[in-house]
Every structure is written in C-alpha cells, then in structure tokens.
Ligand binder design. Structure first.
Ligand SMILES: *[C@@H]1O[C@H](CO)[C@@H](O)[C@H](O)[C@H]1NC(C)=O
Ligand SMILES: *[C@@H]1O[C@H](CO)[C@@H](O)[C@H](O)[C@H]1NC(C)=O
Ligand SMILES: *[C@@H]1O[C@H](CO)[C@@H](O)[C@H](O)[C@H]1NC(C)=O
Length: 220
C-alpha cells in the first residue's frame, strides 16, 4: 500500500494562502511612506526600512537612493552604499542631503536639509541584501508646501497616518517572519525528507502548530 501523506493542518494552509496573497514573490519587504509633505525651508526625513530573512552583511549589502524629477526624467543616484555610505554630492542638492539611517538596523533614512520647491519629485530607495536574491524598492513622492496647513487637518492626518503606518509595519514584520519560517521549512524538507516525515508522524496527533512555534526562535 502507498504511504499516506499526513494531512495538512488547516491553520497552516490558511497562513500559506494569506502569504501567497499578501507577500509578493520577492524576498525583501521595503517600507516607505508613499507621500511625504515638507514645508519649504525645513529639514525633512525620507524614511525607508527593509526586512530580510538574512542579517545585513556590510561586505555584500548594496543600497541606492535616486531622485526622479518627472515621470520620464532619468533617475539620478544621490546616495549609495558600497561597503560604506557614498554621497554623490549632486549639484541639485548642494550638500543638503545626508544619510541619517543605520543599515545594520535596517534603516536607510535620508534627510534633506532646507527643502526647496525644486526638490519635489519621486525618491526611490533600492536595497539588495545578499544572499537574498531579490532587490527591494521603496518609492516616496515628496511634496513641498510653502505654508503650514490648518492645524486640525494636519493633526488628524498625522494621527491616522501614524496608526495605519504602525499597523502595516507590524503586519509586514509578522508576514516576513512567517515567510522566513516557511523558507526554512522548505529547506529542511528538501535536505532531510525522511527526518521531517518522522517528526510529523510522531507529532501528528497533537498540536499542528508545534512545528511552527519551534521554528520561530531560530529566525529571530
Ligand atoms: C522657500 O524658502 C526660501 C528660503 O528658505 C525662500 O527664499 C523662498 O522664497 C521660499 N519659496 C517660496 C515659494 O515660499
Ligand atoms: C515626457 O513625455 C511626454 C509624453 O509622454 C512629453 O510630452 C514630454 O515632453 C516628455 N518630457 C520630457 C522632459 O522628456
Ligand atoms: C546601486 O548602484 C550600483 C551602481 O549603479 C549598482 O551596481 C547596484 O547594483 C545598485 N544597487 C541596488 C540595490 O540597486
């Protein structure tokens, strides 16, 4: 008689479905706000964070920030990482851009000092964190205002933005952890088919999430 496959726990297949729907095929999640508003003449942070299954390795890591002034303008690289942060000192920014993040903490924030109207446009951060093979991209549209918006509106907008952003960041972090676990599991299955099957059998009657719980600490 053929061997019977252990039935897939319903909880896990639901999680797999959610991952398939929500997480694109790429290995890296990059979080950046879609739009940043800045007041003319102030300093503004353009945040960009990445999550990866692998620890950042300063020798292999690569990162670029580009500026694109219009839809069909070319992207101009103004900051990049090649074993260290390199500021290209583009004429258009006249030393007003500064890297204020910390790549080891997955933070690629840049700050524009004394923002000008002509700084408006699309800012892209590109990240590659080998051995992750996929490049991550964050896109921010910068809009420069010349007067402070009415107090009430901006407070509400900031509050809503902060809570939505915080929630999204949590969801994404959760999904990345799950995906890393799944990746590990698949590697285990490939490299050690027999062993995994036995583990599933002995564990099979009990708690199907035991395996998942056990795998998470290895990743963190
Ligand atoms: C923006 O601010 C600069 C000074 O930082 C000022 O010279 C310029 O006139 C301002 N532009 C507008 C449109 O308010
Ligand atoms: C951008 O493309 C549009 C048509 O799609 C064209 O009319 C316009 O001149 C282009 N602008 C630049 C700066 O090339
Ligand atoms: C950044 O730019 C350099 C030089 O153009 C390129 O070799 C590298 O792959 C880029 N890195 C990313 C993450 O886009």
């Amino acid at each position: 008689m053929g061997r019977r496959e252990p039935p897939a726990p319903p909880g896990l297949s639901l999680v797999t479905l959610a991952l398939g729907l929500l997480v694109p095929a790429s290995g890296m999640e990059v979080t950046a706000p879609a739009v940043v508003y800045a007041l003319n003449g102030t300093d503004i942070r353009l945040p960009c964070n990445f999550n990866s299954c692998y620890k950042m390795d300063t020798k292999q890591f690569s990162m670029n920030w580009t500026y694109q002034g219009c839809d069909n303008c070319t992207e101009e690289t103004f900051i990049q990482y090649d074993k260290k942060i390199i500021n290209q000192h583009l004429e258009r920014f006249q030393n007003r851009v500064e890297f204020t993040g910390n790549p080891i903490k997955n933070d690629l924030t840049v700050t524009i000092h004394n923002v000008q109207l002509q700084d408006e446009g699309e800012y892209h951060c590109y990240v590659l964190n080998p051995p992750d093979r996929h490049k991550g991209t964050g896109k921010i549209r910068l809009e420069v205002l010349t007067e402070v918006p009415p107090e009430r509106d901006s407070t509400v907008a900031v509050l809503v933005g902060a809570s939505v952003g915080g929630f999204l960041a949590l969801v994404i972090l959760f999904l990345v952890i799950l995906k890393c676990v799944r990746k590990k599991k698949m590697q285990n299955l490939n490299s050690d088919d027999q062993k995994t099957e036995e583990e599933v059998k002995t564990d099979g009657e009990g708690n199907p999430e035991g395996e998942l719980k056990a795998a998470i600490p290895e990743v963190l």
